[in-house]
Structure formats: structure tokens, C-alpha cells
Design a protein around this ligand. Structure first.
Ligand code: FES
Length: 160
């Protein structure tokens, strides 16, 4: 039987509840265990730590690392940092949003409605000399253009 998100969260809470500053370690562990922090466990974490739901939700949404939704089948990171921006990363991101059906808001990632793709902004991949850069399913790609982007996505074999 698979553990439910509530059971997983309960176990993580039990391990950390008495530690000062427990919220961040708890959020990290819940995300590591479940792949994201489901919205339904936010009240549970808040109650466990005597915080308001708004406080917990605020931390989850403040840190780009934390996700409220499960990742899509393919995960794409597009670099938005300075070197890549100067080489067309904004246009690349706009193209990626349209192509994948993901709208990133305020620096946060987004997953397409069909669950195929998650698109995340990222801030420097160490490929500044070959910008703009991106990562698709953990594989780095440099000197990206919208046309190269389409080729890489098409090669994933999900759609044309
Ligand atoms: S700024 Fe994009 S890889 Fe460094």
C-alpha cells in the first residue's frame, strides 16, 4: 500500500516538530518524499508547527525550489540569468511557454495541463559562454534557438 501524502507528512512532522526553524527542513523532506508539496498538506504542516496556513503557503511560494504541483513527464529548465538574457533567453522562454503550454509566473515553474511538461526558470547553469542555455530532463543544451528547442522537444517523441 502506498503511503498517502498525509501519512508521509505526519512522519516528517514527527521527526522535526520540536526543532527550532523546523519549517524549511520539513518542506524539503516532504518534497523529497512526494516530489512536490501538495496543497492539502499545507494545513497539516501549519497545524503541526502552530503556524498559520498563510505563513506556510508563503514560504512554499517564496522559494523557487518548492513545488505545489507534481512535475510533468519531461522537465525543462530555461536559464534566465544575465548572460543568457543578453543572448535571447527571454524570447527562448516565451517560445518554450507557447510550445509546451506552460506559463511561468513571477519566476515560478509551471506544468502543462496534459502533465507532459514542466517548465522552470533557472538562474545560471554554468554555460554562460555558450548561452542561452537550458536543461531538458537533466541534459544540458547550449546556444539554444527556438528552432533548436523545437528539435529537442520533438525528439522526446510525445508530439510533433
Ligand atoms: S547565465 Fe545562463 S548559463 Fe550562466
Amino acid at each position: 500500500m502506498n503511503p498517502t501524502p498525509a501519512n508521509v507528512t505526519q512522519a516528517v512532522l514527527a521527526r522535526h516538530v520540536d526543532e527550532p526553524g523546523a519549517l524549511l527542513p520539513i518542506l524539503h523532506e516532504v518534497q523529497d518524499a512526494l516530489g512536490h508539496i501538495p496543497r492539502e498538506v499545507v494545513p497539516q504542516i501549519a497545524d503541526g508547527l502552530n503556524l498559520s496556513r498563510a505563513e506556510v503557503h508563503g514560504v512554499v511560494t517564496y522559494y523557487h525550489h518548492f513545488r505545489s504541483e507534481a512535475s510533468g513527464q519531461h522537465v525543462v529548465h530555461v536559464c534566465r540569468a544575465e548572460a543568457c538574457q543578453s543572448m535571447g533567453a527571454d524570447a527562448l522562454m516565451a517560445h518554450a511557454e507557447l510550445r509546451l503550454g506552460c506559463a511561468t509566473h513571477g519566476g515560478h515553474g509551471s506544468t502543462s495541463a496534459d502533465g507532459r511538461y514542466t517548465l522552470n526558470p533557472v538562474y545560471c547553469l554554468g554555460l554562460c559562454a555558450s548561452s542561452p542555455a537550458m536543461v531538458v530532463n537533466d541534459k544540458l543544451h547550449a546556444r539554444m534557438t527556438p528552432a533548436r528547442f523545437d528539435k529537442i522537444i520533438n525528439a522526446l517523441g510525445d508530439d510533433a
